[in-house]
Design a protein around this ligand. Structure first.
Ligand code: ADP
Length: 158
């Protein structure tokens, strides 16, 4: 049976840190679904369509990654795909508390979906979408932080 994992998030926008996690996950599983959440719980910077299109372009070099958007709960989407593993990235201690409570909540919502934490390579440890949004607003050069397609899209937006 082939192994499958889902990597859910808002990806607003996708960064080199997310891609690093995806590259690692793609070596561990036969298929990885990058699941872009419609509901973000915060004000969106990019629309769902923009986020999905950029995720697809930025991950086109990883053959076993598929980009999908979803409404509602990530655990429900995982089960609808018959997927029992949810990947999350852990950058630093600051991520841990939030990610732990999210993982425990998701286990309560659906015990059949396990959360698997992956740690990025050191050089991506500090990257966050919120930092990128601020840098984009301030007109910074984003080439060291995001894939070229994202840098281009954000430059047009600024
Ligand atoms: P959220 O779902 O909290 O909005 P994001 O869409 O920003 O989160 O990110 C999805 C997942 O990727 C989260 O588990 C987050 O911790 C992780 N992540 C974000 N940036 C990085 C990074 N630079 N390195 C590793 N993991 C990351």
């Amino acid at each position: 049976m082939s192994s499958k994992a889902i990597y859910p998030g808002t990806f607003d926008p996708i960064t080199l840190g997310h891609i690093n996690i995806l590259e690692k996950a793609s070596r561990l599983f036969d298929q990885v679904i990058l699941a872009v959440a419609s509901y973000t719980g915060k004000q969106n910077y990019l629309t769902l369509q923009e986020r999905v299109a950029l995720c697809a372009e930025a991950t086109s070099h990883i053959s076993n990654v598929e980009v999908r958007s979803f409404e509602g709960l990530a655990v429900d989407f995982a089960r609808s795909l018959e997927c029992g593993v949810m990947i999350r990235g852990l950058r630093a201690v600051s991520d841990f508390e939030y990610e732990l409570s999210l993982a425990l909540t998701n286990t309560k919502l659906n015990p059949q979906v396990e959360t698997l934490f992956l740690v990025p390579s050191l050089r991506y440890m500090y990257l966050s979408s919120s930092m990128i949004r601020q840098l984009a607003d301030l007109g910074a050069d984003l080439k060291d932080f995001v894939p070229p397609c994202v840098a281009k899209a954000l430059a047009k937006k600024a």
